[in-house]
Design a protein around this ligand. Structure first.
Ligand SMILES: C[S@@+](CC[C@H](N)C(=O)[O-])C[C@H]1O[C@@H](n2cnc3c(N)ncnc32)[C@H](O)[C@@H]1O
Length: 380
């Protein structure tokens, strides 16, 4: 049976009750959850982690940072924080825009976004400081919420920054439960460039400190940790599939994404060359097809609410597939992982980012990957 034939047999949309909320899969109860035991099913590897060939130790690209205030940019510059292990990749993306590097922070000319930034500081400014108390009161005069960026590998002023933070209002570091909204209050970021010079920005692209989102993880139900990519994406977007939405999940095995989507009440049509975890495949709103995600013709599918892909494939091949789906004009949202080999295909990443209605970013749980999100009607 081809993927198309199997798709036609996918479960029909259940009647949606007005105002019906989707259950959040695995939303942990307040009591502690049972941990996976040795007797439990072995976790299948989803191919992520430090084995990823794109991993480069940050220390290699550190260098020394420009400390002379006269040589530092004063306007029309931005600050991008590289994900751990991907400073070199961010520097490749920024190219000649790079001014100087401080730990994982990169000062760059201009204010264009950077996909390989974990978070970007949007309105950075230099603030001379006389003392810890002076630094804290200058920040507090701007807004309530601030978090320091303390470089891990640079011998700098980390102790002083901790003291500045202590003098500021407390910011919760509690891990999120999936379904909790992202914070909406502006969160500023600062660092001590030298003991007497602070770099601070009241606006950053991520509402989370250093752009890192930490969840109360579910270690028992999903068959791998890839579910965190969807939890993080849906939290950052403030958007997720609803009950009865038709979701196509390409490269679905062993099934963590399908587990999230099915738990939200969506109808999931998943495709992979490998089978899904049995408990997930058995769910009534999941229909799995063994085959290639490239074999499903968008023209044969009709209206789709969400197209997902976590397939291991060249980004350029994924781009060609996504263009077919876009040309068909039959999907409302798409969310795909661009997975890179040892070299990062920046050209294809830029082509994804240039698709109108797109967002391209590095999630905190991405390794040598970017997550591309697209929606048909961003305004509606
Ligand atoms: C990183 S894993 C996906 C993990 C999955 N999202 C989850 O949550 O469990 C990548 C998957 O892509 C699948 N894959 C690779 N090429 C594919 C293709 N052409 N069509 C469908 N699946 C493919 C692999 O079999 C593998 O299961």
């Amino acid at each position: 049976m081809t993927a198309q034939d199997k798709f036609r047999k996918a479960p029909p949309a259940p009647a949606r009750r007005p105002g019906q909320a989707g259950a959040f899969p695995g939303q942990p109860a307040k009591a502690s959850r049972p941990q996976r035991t040795d007797a439990g099913k072995p976790r299948q590897s989803s191919g992520h982690g430090r084995r990823n060939r794109g991993f480069v130790p940050d220390a290699e690209a550190l260098g020394s940072w420009e400390r002379d205030p006269a040589k530092l940019p004063q306007e029309d510059f931005s600050v991008h924080l590289a994900p751990r292990g991907f400073l070199g990749t961010l520097l490749e993306e920024l190219g000649e825009r790079t001014v100087t590097v401080f730990g994982r922070l990169v000062l760059a000319e201009g204010t264009e976004p950077a996909a390989w930034a974990q978070t970007s500081w949007l309105n950075p400014r230099w603030m001379p400081v006389k003392s810890i108390k002076d630094a804290a009161s200058q920040l507090a005069a701007i807004q309530r919420n601030w978090r320091a960026h303390r470089p891990e590998l640079v011998q700098g002023c980390n102790r002083r920054m901790a003291l500045v933070e202590e003098a500021l209002p407390h910011i919760s570091q509690r891990p999120l439960a999936f379904g909790d909204p992202a914070p909406t209050a502006p969160l500023g970021a600062f660092t001590l460039w030298t003991p007497g010079l602070m770099l601070a920005a009241s606006r950053t692209t991520s509402p989370f400190p250093d752009g890192e989102v930490h969840f109360e993880e579910n270690k028992s139900d999903p068959p791998g940790r890839a579910y965190l990519k969807l939890w993080e994406s849906f939290t950052l977007l403030g958007l997720r599939p609803g009950p009865g939405d038709l979701c196509i999940d390409l490269g679905a095995a062993p099934g963590s994404w399908t587990w999230v989507l099915a738990g939200l009440g969506a109808r999931v049509f998943s495709i992979d060359k490998a089978p899904l975890d049995e408990a997930i495949a058995r769910r009534s709103n999941v229909n799995h097809c063994l085959g290639s995600g490239f074999g499903l013709d968008p023209a044969a599918v009709g209206q789709v609410d969400w197209l997902f892909s976590d397939m291991i494939c060249y980004p350029a091949r994924l781009l060609a597939l996504v263009r077919q789906w876009l040309a068909q004009g039959s999907m409302r949202h798409a969310l795909c992982t661009l997975k890179f080999q040892s070299d990062t295909d920046h050209e294809t990443a830029r082509a994804f980012a240039a698709i109108p209605g797109s967002r391209l970013r590095h999630l905190s749980c991405n390794r040598h990957e970017l997550t591309w999100f697209w929606e048909a009607n961003p305004e509606s």
